[in-house]
Write a protein that binds this ligand. Structure first.
Ligand code: NAD
Length: 283
């Protein structure tokens, strides 16, 4: 069986650096603040919020939540968003998406200060990720995969990497970040004809499809590295990833579990983005 890539180890390493930066900011009289904007009270959002709060508290970042009613008008929503965006005490903003269908996300994405846009909704930050420019904020989950591969010393340059999933929050930006590291990237999605073949030829697989256990051992080459981004609930009601862990872990050189893998690293990346935003805004 291969090495287990544990989120907790990546989180611990990132925490040290973040704590140093927060301490430095506080000596300058700056308390880093993230404001999470939530419309309604979806259970997924509330779960993420609890995880984020724990992580922010652990590194001395203040987290405020702006709660808005689900039936808010676009105008009131935009006004509420603007007041957070314009507040000089707020360094990072994260808006839970998708929004209710009555609200227009694009107006908000165009309005957010790109420096405060810590989870990459602004077209400015999206363009930076896709242009290979690392001075913006990339989507936290995609970056969390990169942090994990980096922490475990997984070489990417020239390697065949297969990404399963092409969403704008995970698959696509992840592919761009892998390209930036000179990986040879194959993108797979629901229309891919030979997913098993595309996975078998990969030296590294990143699974972000949202399908419980879809990456099975027969699809993975001996010695491959497998990062599992999926967060699913299986028939038994248990949290699981996109990878059939028990089968694939016997063949993989390294594999990340779910839970306990990439998921938790996402909020550490978010915290690191808030710190960087506060540093930039302090200049
Ligand atoms: P999404 O539904 O927006 O996109 C899924 C992508 O996977 C699509 O591009 C689709 O084409 C592809 N796909 C779906 N089924 C497939 C199949 N059978 N074969 C090949 N491709 C297939 O999902 P998302 O928002 O990108 O999230 C993906 C997964 O990652 C989900 O399980 C989600 O819960 C998880 N996720 C985790 C975090 C985190 O760790 N914090 C954050 C975001 C998403």
């Amino acid at each position: 069986a291969g090495m287990i890539m544990k989120g907790a180890e990546v989180i611990a390493a990132m925490k040290e650096k973040i704590l140093q930066d927060v301490t430095e900011l506080k000596t300058q009289g700056i308390e880093p603040v993230i404001n999470i904007i939530r419309v309604g009270a979806r259970p997924d959002d509330l779960a993420y919020e609890r995880g984020a709060r724990k992580r922010m508290e652990s590194v001395g970042i203040r987290m405020d939540v702006t709660e808005l009613p689900e039936d808010i008008s676009q105008k009131d929503f935009a006004d509420a968003f603007r007041s957070v965006n314009d507040n000089p005490d707020v360094h990072g903003i994260m808006l839970f998406r998708p929004l209710p269908p009555t609200l227009d996300e694009e107006e908000i994405a165009g309005m957010i200060n790109p420096i405060k846009d810590v989870d990459c909704m602004s077209p400015v930050n999206i363009a930076k990720v896709f242009g290979g420019d690392s001075d913006g904020h990339a989507p936290c989950t995609a970056e969390a995969v990169m942090e994990m591969l980096d922490f475990y010393g997984i070489e990417l340059s020239g390697k065949r990497v297969t990404v399963v999933g092409r969403s704008m929050v995970v698959g696509k930006p992840l592919a761009m970040m892998l390209l930036k590291k000179n990986a040879t990237v194959t993108m797979c999605h629901t229309r891919t004809k030979d997913l098993p073949g595309a996975c078998r030829q990969a030296e590294v697989i990143a699974a972000a499809a949202g399908r419980a256990g879809m990456i099975t051992a027969d699809m993975v080459s001996e010695g491959a590295v497998v990062a599992d981004v999926g967060i699913n609930v299986n028939e038994a009601g248990k949290l699981c990833g996109d990878v059939d862990f028990s089968g694939v872990s016997k063949k993989a050189a390294a594999i990340s579990p779910v839970p306990g893998g990439v998921g938790g690293v996402t909020t550490s990346v978010l915290a690191a983005h808030v710190v960087r935003a506060a540093q930039i805004l302090a200049k």
